[in-house]
Design a protein around this ligand. Sequence first.
Ligand code: NCD
Length: 334
Amino acid sequence: MKNSLGFDRPKHILSASQFNRAFLDYMYELINQIRKFDKTKDGLMYLQSLLPHRRAMLYFTQPSTRTFMSFQAACHILGIKPSEIRDTATSSERKGESIDDSLRTFASYVDLIVMRSPVAGLSDRVAGLLDQTPRPVPIINAGSGPDEHPTQALLDIYTLQRSFKSAAGIEGKTICMVGDLKRGRTIRSLSRLLTNYPGTRLIFCSPPEFKIADDLRQFLKTKDISVEETTNFSAAIAAADAIYMTRVQDEYDQGGESKRVDYSTYCLKKQHLSSLKSDCVIMHPLPRRDELDPAIDHDPRAKYWRQERNGMWTRVALITILLGVDSHIVLPTL
Ligand code: NCD
């Protein structure tokens, strides 16, 4: 049942498709409010007083720097005590315990599980499983193989909203996503969220080998946004209000196929800057390789470091919603 603000309160965060526009607008307000608390010691102490009686498990069995650290920092900001497993070699999975049993064990000890795994769809399955148990703790999908990365997409939307604040918002903007669009989970989740902004134009720019997957193409066809696929990098970036660069996801290679793809013309370099719109927003989920020249970092249009920090506040906001203390930050009470 929808609340008075027009969205279902999420029990878990599993997929970008679970969010509607009302939820995204609420997140925007909530994050802005949380950032105000960051300005003073009293504000930060208040945030820390919200959840000191709660514990969280950060179960990250795929490499992570930003997502892991920002969730850990978000826990600290809210007073939550986090535990972590970052490698199945240090857990009983090494002794043959199933993932299902491991996660059920975490749920015995904590109030929230944040998980990243190379297995697509695992967090959905685990959430379904825990919902059948006496301790159905909330699950957050922090990246599920090449499939979804919903919390990244939420922070990307927040960054776009902030960037387009004085330019009438995200609606009607041209967003160009570049790179390994076939296996990049960030672009899969972000594209889904962008369908909440009618009139938006998506340009997917990639080598032919890395075009978006068919399930995403079919999903987007049913929505009120325009979609274009191209290999023409210079034309695509020149038309964009926002450019979302991504790296090759070669960890999903079956036999070194990424090495055979010529990625060199899908790299944003200093010499491209003059061809971009003067207020273009340059984003990247990071980590980057050659596709995003560090020489761009000082250009005022580069927003990826801000995007990274926004990730922490976005995750604070999500945790307050899942653990029911968002009403202590934003009124009206839900
Ligand atoms: C992304 C991821 O893990 O999907 N990184 C992140 O979470 N910021 C992007 C990537 O690894 O390319």
